[in-house]
Design a protein around this ligand. Structure first.
Ligand SMILES: Nc1ncnc2c1ncn2[C@@H]1O[C@H](COP(=O)(O)OP(=O)(O)OP(=O)(O)O)[C@@H](O)[C@H]1O
Length: 505
């Protein structure tokens, strides 16, 4: 393993020579990391490189097969000593570890509520929660139901909880994945403040510009191995990507600027004056062979509209038509049978059955189409899965591997494969590149381009500039309504300003 030069004080955390196997898969091979107190350290690598496995080992949730973890030079506590681990390290995951039906205060002191004569003292609980939130400058009401917190506030509550156990080393696992531009800016301000107050961060992100913005050091994993640790200032983006991919890559992401959509192509998707929980009076059309972006901040209503079109969410008033046929509200089977393919927002809730193999997940929508007695010939099932694995570069042992054993980014690629399985006429792609690495993004957006050329009507629902560059036009939503339309060729500044609801600089 390549070691960075060490300074005086021992690192706040280090993993030395760790290896981990899952059956035939080598997830980590003699890998390691050294994080120094007071820095924000990025951990990057392609999907399946071993990042989550290393996080599991650094947080004591997984045992490594070989190697060791040390905190400030001392051996890590035994895995059974959860309290000992909690005092040293915490990870804020993309998926909340907060219990939604409890209050913020209850979540902060779960299993360690202040007692008075054997009973929980609610006033003390609330008071201590308030003091803790104030100490770390988290302006969230302590008696709020935790399930009602926005992602941004939930992350801060989880950070405050970790700090209250004494941990000063916090792992942030893709913290920006569900945040919009303004929320990301605020999160970065908080990270800098906490860093100044003595907190050390390990930051996992597939957005490399964020690594340059917020981190001082970066460690790259590739194919289960440690490749390099260096100050970010010494590793320009091209070299960082080279370290991640092992090759000198030129990323080739489709750009709709200069493309002229066919104005006579049939309209495949018509949305006419629909309203729903967080949107009202929304109308749009997408022609066959056209890619339309639907953008806006996380609370703009874009996901509500997209879910209505995919049958996942309800709408009232107005109509949605696929070709000439009307789509009833909240009806996934009809949406599928009319030819709507969908990458949903939450791959865990609507996207995948984790306990099933890749092959079953990619053919699930076809099964549904064939009805309860539907039967897919084994060869077709296997071919479909192999096609997804090949075209999207899924890192896997093969079509029979359970989806639960895939890394996050590779699960996302399977969701895309599933969306394409019923040969849809209309594709609704919500945050299609969330959690995928730079090169996989190229592959996924390449699929969008191929589908467009094949005459599909595609709605890309995202606020990622790179996703939106594939679009012939981008509709921007704010407060539940479409407020702007940008034809391909927009400047990044103008589009981002429009999404954020501010004037372009
Ligand atoms: N529970 C498991 N069972 C089988 N294989 C697993 C399991 N967890 C991880 N793996 C495998 O270990 C390898 C490393 O996965 P890991 O989740 O650590 O990658 P990652 O770098 O976090 O990827 P991503 O960016 O996609 O989240 C992958 O090949 C993955 O398929």
């Amino acid at each position: 393993m390549q070691e960075p030069p060490s300074g005086g004080a021992p690192p706040i955390v280090e993993a030395i020579g760790v290896s981990k196997r899952y059956g035939p898969t080598i997830a980590l091979s003699d890998a390691g990391i050294r994080v120094h107190a007071g820095e924000s350290h990025a951990l990057v690598g392609r999907n399946g490189a071993g990042k989550s496995t290393l996080v599991g080992i650094l947080t004591g949730l997984r045992a490594s097969d070989t190697g060791e973890v040390r905190f400030s030079g001392e051996p890590a506590p035994p895995l059974s000593d959860r309290e000992g681990w909690r005092q040293r390290v915490a990870c804020v995951y993309q998926h909340s570890t907060i219990i939604p039906d409890l209050t913020v205060a209850e979540n902060l002191f779960i299993n360690r509520q202040p007692l008075q004569r054997g009973f929980i003292s609610w006033p003390t609980l609330r008071r201590e929660a308030r003091a803790l939130l104030d100490r770390w400058n988290v302006s969230v009401p302590e008696d709020m139901r935790a399930g009602d917190l926005r992602v941004e506030a939930r992350q801060l509550v989880e950070i405050a909880r970790a700090l209250s156990y004494g941990a000063r080393f916090i792992i942030l696992d893709e913290p920006t994945a569900q945040l919009d531009g303004e929320e990301i800016k605020r999160l970065f301000v908080r990270i800098r403040e906490l860093q100044a107050a003595g907190v050390t961060f390990l930051f996992i992100s597939h957005h490399l510009q964020e690594v340059y913005e917020i981190c001082q050091t970066v460690t790259v994993l590739r194919d289960a191995r440690h490749i390099v640790t260096a100050p970010v200032a010494d590793l320009p983006k091209s070299r960082l990507i080279e370290a991640m991919t092992g090759e000198n890559v030129h990323l080739d992401i489709a750009d709709a600027a200069g493309r002229v959509p066919d104005p006579t192509a049939p309209v495949a998707l018509t949305v006419e004056r629909i309203s729903g929980e967080d949107f009202s009076d929304v109308s749009l059309t997408v022609r066959s062979g056209e890619v339309v972006g639907l953008s806006g901040s996380t609370s703009s209503g874009r996901v509500g509209v997209a879910e209505a079109i995919a049958g996942l969410g309800r709408y009232r008033g107005g109509t949605i038509r696929i070709g000439s046929r009307t789509l009833p509200s909240g009806d996934v089977p009809t949406a599928l049978s009319l030819g709507v393919g969908c990458v949903p927002k939450s791959r865990h809730k609507e996207g995948l059955v984790l306990s099933m193999p890749i092959a079953d997940n990619t053919t699930m929508t076809i099964n549904r189409l064939l009805g309860p007695l539907g039967f897919i010939p084994p060869a077709k099932r296997r071919n479909r899965a192999e096609e997804t694995i090949r075209s999207l570069g899924v890192v896997t042992q093969g079509p029979e591997q359970l989806v639960s054993g895939l890394s996050g980014g590779n699960q996302q690629k399977v969701v895309m494969g599933r969306a394409l399985a019923n040969d849809p006429a209309v594709l609704v792609l919500m945050d299609p590149t969330a959690g995928v690495d730079v090169k996989s993004k190229e592959a996924l957006l390449g699929v969008v381009e191929r589908m467009r050329a094949a005459g599909k009507a595609i709605l890309v629902v995202s606020s990622e500039v790179e996703d939106l560059r594939t679009c012939d036009r981008v509709l921007v939503m704010r407060h539940g309504s479409i407020v702007a339309e940008h034809k391909a060729g927009w400047s990044d500044n103008a589009l981002v300003a429009s999404i954020e609801g501010i004037e372009a600089l």
